[in-house]
Design a protein around this ligand. Structure first.
Ligand code: SPV
Ligand code: MG
Length: 428
């Protein structure tokens, strides 16, 4: 009897999977690997079920013999362990490097790869759509960020301010050593949410409008959302806002320890920004935490001491106080070009609070790599404004060229083809 191996990461079994199992079990005894949650998340995926539940679901299917958890997107480890005669997979691998690695591992002992045509039908399309829809539901989206923080060396977050930028955050991927590199979550920046409406970042866009942005983005994406909520507003409003955000499926709110008229941190001290009293801010954090209803939701406290030139010790002491007040994470911000003070803070914070998630926003100190941040204890990196900053000059250039040439032909080469823009958005 031959042995056959395949790996599934699906939450929804459709006729394509059943056909693959039918063909596999006709060849020999089938082992199915359920891709682990960690491996799934490392390539930007997520499961509404969890690896054990998925494995249980696969084990109930006729034709499935043995089950295992495959803890790597690459098949090499399992191929070495089980030495299957055949690995079976549908044609059109999502990550070509995974196929190549499986082929190399099989070559060692003369195993073969069997690729079967990928079925496509209305019911498969509906099943895949159902899986996406489930992932977009508040209960699954909300909890995804905490799961990522546990599973990933660093959670990679990019700014989104409308449905379209949400789609870029959701879908952009590049081939990488780990298989596929994607963004893990989205940051709804006060700066970009304001700028996209042609408004300054002075807390002018109110929570009702911000919640509209969240809805626009969550309607077309599945990844977790972190909302930049300035200083959290009036202490008596924060509990209401937290309930609203939880209901919308937001995973985390970030509030900064400033008071008075809102100014963007990157202006620095010249613009008269004032840091909140430490105890007042601790009370705000505690009130926010008290209001939350789900275990999943996170409140991240942002320390502005380095922005406001109050010194490293003040930053560290405030961060510790905020953790004691109940903050689920700390964001430390800096407007220096050199990452030195941030890396110094991170290392020293880690000695005092080994487990608290730590967030960095390398807008000014953009030369630092994710690896350097992670080595100093950072768990989440936020690319807070790069999408809108790349869109604005591109649009402005096109507008200027049309004015200059009295037509659009000269800009055409730089533009996305019309055939692409009309098919960019999936229909339900
Ligand atoms: C934002 O993106 O709105 C932020 C980060 O708060 S910063 O602009 O650097 O203050
Ligand atoms: Mg902001």
């Amino acid at each position: 009897m031959k042995t056959v191996y395949t790996c599934f990461d699906t939450d929804v079994i459709h006729e394509g999977h059943l056909e693959l199992i039918r063909q596999a079990s006709a060849v020999g005894e089938l082992t199915v690997g359920a891709l682990s949650d960690r491996a799934l998340m490392s390539c930007g995926g997520f499961s509404t079920l969890g690896e054990k539940e998925r494995a249980l679901m696969y084990s109930g299917l006729e034709g499935v013999g043995r089950l295992c958890i495959q803890d790597d997107i690459f098949y090499g480890g399992e191929i070495e362990r089980y030495r299957p005669d055949v690995v079976i997979h549908a044609e059109g691998w999502r990550i070509p490097a995974v196929r190549e690695q499986a082929l190399r591992a099989l070559e060692h002992y003369g195993g073969t790869l069997m690729e079967i045509p990928r079925l496509s039908s209305e019911s498969i399309r509906r099943a895949e759509g159902a899986m996406r829809d489930r992932l977009s539901m508040p209960e699954f989206r909300r909890r995804r960020l905490r799961a990522q923080l546990k599973a990933l060396p660093i959670v990679r977050v990019i700014e989104a301010h409308n449905g379209l930028t949400g789609l870029i955050a959701e879908k952009t991927s590049v081939a990488a050593a780990e298989g596929l590199r994607q963004f893990d979550a989205m940051w709804i920046s006060s700066l970009c949410d304001s700028a996209a409406r042609g408004k300054p970042d002075i807390a002018l866009v109110d929570m009702t409008a911000r919640a509209g942005t969240v809805t626009e983005i969550t309607e077309v994406t599945t990844k977790p959302v972190i909302l930049d909520c300035d200083n959290g507003g009036a202490p008596e409003h924060l509990p209401y806002n937290i309930r609203t955000l939880e209901r919308l499926g937001v995973s985390a709110v970030m509030i900064e320890d400033k008071e008075g008229a809102k100014k963007n941190s990157l202006f620095g001290v010249r613009h008269g920004q004032t840091q909140a009293d430490r105890e007042d801010f601790c009370r705000k954090i505690a009130a926010g935490k008290e209001a939350q209803l789900t275990e999943d939701f996170m409140l991240i406290a942002r320390v502005e001491s380095l922005i406001l030139e109050k010194g490293m010790e003040d930053a560290l002491e405030r961060a510790q106080s905020y953790v004691r007040a109940g903050a689920d994470g700390i964001m430390i911000h800096s407007r220096r070009k050199d990452p030195g003070e941030i890396l110094d803070f991170c290392k020293r914070f880690r000695e005092r609070c080994p487990d608290t998630p730590l967030v960095a926003v390398p807008s000014s100190y953009n030369g630092v790599t994710e690896e350097q941040l992670s080595a100093c204890g950072v768990n989440m990196v936020i690319y807070a404004n790069q999408l809108i900053r790349s869109a604005f000059p591109a649009m402005q250039q096109t507008a200027e060229e049309i004015l200059r040439f009295h037509r659009a032909k000269e800009s055409e080469e730089r533009l996305m083809p019309i055939s692409d823009i009309i098919t960019l958005i999936d229909t339900i």
